[in-house]
Write a protein that binds this ligand. Structure first.
Ligand code: ADP
Length: 291
C-alpha cells in the first residue's frame, strides 16, 4: 500500500498496488488468438527514435490500453497498427509487425486496405462537414459498395449506440451533434467499412464525464465484434475498460541535449499492471508517484 498520500483512485475494484506475489500466483492469461505480433519495433522521426525495441502481442477481442507519460510514444506506437506513420515523411519503422501472421509492412500490402481493416478514431471528434447519413456512407461509397447503404448506415449507427438519438434526423449536418455524439458518429463511420480492429487515440479527452462513460460502455459492447487498442492518459479509464495494459515511459538517450525515447516497461493483464506490477517504474506511475 502506498504511503505517499498521492494514490490515484483507480476505482474500488482495482485501487492499489498490493504486496508482491510471484509470477506463478498471477491470474492465468485467458487463451485468445493473437491478432498483432510486434517484434523489436523502433519508430524514428528522422534519426531520433520515438519508441525503441517494442515487443508485444495484441489479442483478438481484447481491449488493449497504452498508457504512460506524455511524449513516451503512445500515439506513435498506435499508428504502427494501421500504417498511419507512413503518412509522416520523416517516420521510419524497424522491426516487424504482423497482422494475423502476415507482415503488415510487406511489399505487397496496400496501406489503404490495412486502414480499412484497422480503423481509427482520434482525440477530437472529426466528422466530415456532411450529413449524419453521408458521414457513415462515405467509406462504403469510396470502397465501391454496391449493397444496401441504408442498412449499412443503420447497422453502423446501432453498433455505435447512436441510432436511437439520430434516426429521425439522418439528413441533418453532423456538426449539430454534441461532442460525445460526434465521437460515436466517428466510431460508426469507422465501423461502416467493416473493420476488424479499431484504434482509439485518446478518444475521450475532449468529452465530459457522461459522454466519456457512454464511450467506455460502448467499447465493452464493441469488443465482442472488434479488437480495440486505446491510448489513454487517464489511468482510471485504462483500469475500467481494458483487458491488458502496456505501460511506456521515456528514457534519456543523450544527457547532452536531454533527448529521450519511449520504452515499453511492462505489458500484462490490466489487473496485474495496476495491482501487482512487476516493475517499480510501473508501480510509481500507477500509484501517482511519477508522471
Ligand atoms: P505520446 O502519444 O506518448 O505523447 P508521441 O508519440 O506523440 O507520444 O510522441 C513521441 C515522441 O515523438 C515525442 O518526442 C514527439 O515530439 C515525437 N513526435 C511525434 N510525432 C512526431 C512527428 N510527426 N514528427 C517528429 N517528431 C514527432
Amino acid at each position: 500500500m502506498s504511503d505517499t498520500g498521492t494514490q490515484v483512485n483507480i476505482e474500488a475494484s482495482m485501487p492499489t498496488v498490493s504486496p508482491k506475489t510471484s509470477a506463478a500466483e498471477k491470474a492465468p492469461t485467458p487463451s485468445r488468438d493473437v491478432i498483432f505480433e510486434v517484434r523489436d519495433v523502433t519508430v524514428s522521426y528522422g534519426s531520433r527514435p520515438a519508441i525503441k525495441n517494442v515487443t508485444l502481442d495484441v489479442f483478438e477481442h481484447e481491449i488493449t490500453a497504452l498508457i504512460g507519460p506524455s511524449g513516451c510514444g503512445k500515439s506513435t506506437f498506435i499508428r504502427t497498427f494501421n500504417r498511419m506513420n507512413d503518412l509522416i515523411p520523416s517516420a521510419r519503422l524497424e522491426g516487424t509487425v504482423t497482422y494475423r501472421g502476415a507482415d503488415l509492412y510487406g511489399r505487397d500490402v496496400d496501406p489503404v486496405e490495412v486502414r480499412r481493416r484497422v480503423g481509427m478514431v482520434f482525440q477530437k471528434p472529426n466528422p466530415f462537414p456532411k450529413s449524419i447519413y453521408d458521414n457513415i456512407a462515405f467509406g462504403p461509397r469510396v470502397n465501391g459498395f454496391k449493397g444496401n447503404l441504408d442498412e449499412v448506415v443503420e447497422g453502423s449507427l446501432r453498433k455505435a449506440a447512436l441510432w436511437d438519438e439520430v434516426k429521425g434526423k439522418l439528413r441533418d449536418g453532423a456538426y449539430g451533434l454534441s461532442g460525445g455524439q460526434q465521437q460515436r458518429l466517428c466510431i460508426a463511420r469507422a465501423i461502416a467499412v467493416d473493420p476488424e480492429v479499431i484504434l482509439m487515440d485518446e478518444p475521450c479527452s475532449a468529452l465530459d464525464p457522461i459522454a466519456t462513460g457512454r464511450i467506455e460502455d460502448l467499447m465493452r459492447e464493441l469488443q465482442e465484434r472488434f479488437t480495440i487498442i486505446i491510448v489513454t492518459h487517464n489511468m482510471q479509464q485504462a483500469a475500467r475498460v481494458s483487458d491488458r495494459t502496456a505501460f511506456f515511459t521515456t528514457e534519456v538517450e543523450s544527457e547532452e541535449n536531454d533527448f529521450r525515447s519511449g520504452k515499453l516497461v511492462e505489458y500484462d493483464l490490466t489487473e496485474t499492471v495496476f495491482k501487482n506490477p512487476s516493475d517499480p517504474r510501473t508501480e510509481d506511475y500507477v500509484t501517482g508517484r511519477f508522471g
